[in-house]
Design a protein around this ligand. Structure first.
Ligand code: AMP
Length: 417
């Protein structure tokens, strides 16, 4: 199938061509026609499948066919995403695919000044990409008008729920006009998602694409056994000897992301860390530097890396295995995307054998355990329980129920008070 078979008009086809895409991905093939028919949709698709274009292209097409207000644009499309990074990336896609159309779009998220956002909203936009917390801040300040929304997209709905945004989502939905098209994207389909779908979607088209990368031939997955203390040195050696130019390195904790980034800088490998304690501007800069090749390594925690869209990422290294096996699938999904080959290497020490077995069970694949000369594990080192690092709560402080960034949780609490 070609994009030209999908009933998209010339300005969109030209923008697609500019992006260098030749054929639609499976989710695009399946999602675009029903969205163009105006149907609600439940799409089971993860980041990396081309889902963003899968909803952005038909939304732009529909918008271009609707009558326009003569004066200031009216806000008609609302796309909610769980994280700032994802919001920024979806916003970029809207701009890229809509570059030959006259629509105005904006991205709003927390962690940055609200006033420039207020000005943008006041000037008038057609399409808004937002995270729930900041959107509701605008609602409470009366700086946003949701009365004309006719298309609502909930992107990565499962992540939204994981991050504890359900109440915020419901508050947003309550503010939208009843008559609208709803598109819900989720990588997983839990009972909670099912309940959410039932309350939002009307007679939805159901689109399912294969789970990304669970058994992807595009990703060469390797496991190297090494002592914990020698992992960063081995990482430096692998980067230097193989002349890797762009490597995403995962750690379990923010502290370790900083440590590995500092170590690599010391041995002359340009690197930055990206995690929840970094300011939004530092995160945006690190990502931009990584994308444009001015730094080779981005060291990230799972939360920070969620939704990162980096084209043709050749190497992912799990410096530490995730304690949740599903996160392994998300991590390696950063490579081998949209037709490009990738390599995912896990450096595994004696403490992590259980994590490795959990991952093997989940993806139904047994890895060969490689050993690198000069980095052979010391058989005398005994496994120790893994410290989950600095995220541990101080004594007496209540357990956080979700893994939403702390500022969101606090904002939410404020609103609920
Ligand atoms: P997404 O799942 O929306 O995060 O997209 C994943 C990546 O695939 C992005 O980097 C897109 O630029 C890229 N992509 C989207 N559609 C296509 C396509 N039809 N052909 C090639 N790459 C694509």
């Amino acid at each position: 199938m070609l994009f030209s078979d999908l009933n998209l008009s010339a300005p969109l086809l030209k923008a697609i061509q500019d992006e260098g895409y030749t054929t639609p991905t499976p989710v695009q093939e399946k999602a675009i026609p029903p969205i163009l028919e105006g149907r609600d949709m439940l799409a089971g698709a993860q980041t990396g499948t081309g889902k963003t274009a899968g909803f952005t292209l038909p939304i732009l097409e529909l918008l271009s066919k609707k009558p326009h207000s003569k004066g200031k644009p009216l806000l008609r499309v609302l796309i909610l995403t769980p994280t700032r990074e994802l919001a920024a990336q979806v916003g970029e896609s809207v701009k890229a695919y809509g570059k030959y159309l006259p629509f105005k779009s904006a991205v709003i998220f927390g962690g940055v000044g609200i006033h420039p956002q207020i000005q943008t909203l006041r000037a008038g936009i057609d399409i808004l990409v937002a995270t729930p917390g900041r959107l509701l801040d605008h609602v409470s300040q009366g700086t946003i008008d949701l009365r004309h929304i006719d298309t609502f997209v909930l992107d990565e709905a499962d992540r939204m729920l994981d991050m504890g945004f359900i109440k915020d989502i419901r508050r947003v939905i309550a503010l939208l006009p009843a008559k609208r098209q709803n598109l819900l994207f989720s990588a997983t389909y839990s009972d909670e998602i099912k309940k959410l779908c039932e309350s939002i979607l009307k007679n939805p088209a159901i689109v399912e694409v294969a789970r990304r990368n669970t058994s992807s031939e595009l990703v060469n997955q390797r496991v190297i056994m090494v002592d914990c203390k020698r992992k960063t040195a081995l990482l430096g050696k692998l980067i230097n000897e193989n002349k890797w130019e762009q490597v995403l390195v995962f750690t379990r904790t923010k502290h370790h992301a900083n440590k590995v980034s500092e170590y690599l800088a010391k041995i002359g490998i340009s690197s930055a860390a990206i995690h929840g304690n970094k300011s939004q501007s530092a995160r945006t800069k690190a990502l931009a530097d990584f994308k444009n090749g001015s730094i080779k390594v981005l060291a990230a925690t799972d939360i920070a890396a969620r939704g990162l869209d980096i084209d043709q990422l050749p190497h992912v290294v799990n410096l530490e295995l995730p304690n949740i096996a599903e996160d392994y699938v998300h991590r390696i999904g950063r490579t081998g995307r949209a037709g490009n080959n990738g390599e995912a290497i896990s450096l595994v020490c004696v403490d992590e054998h259980d994590y490795l077995r959990g991952i093997e069970k989940l993806i139904n694949k047994k890895f060969e355990r490689e050993i690198i000369e000069g980095f052979e594990p010391d058989p005398n080192i005994k496994a120790e329980p893994i410290q989950q690092g600095r995220g541990q709560r101080p004594q007496g402080q209540p357990k956080r129920r979700d893994n939403a960034p702390r500022e969101y949780v606090e904002k939410r609490r404020e609103r609920q008070r």
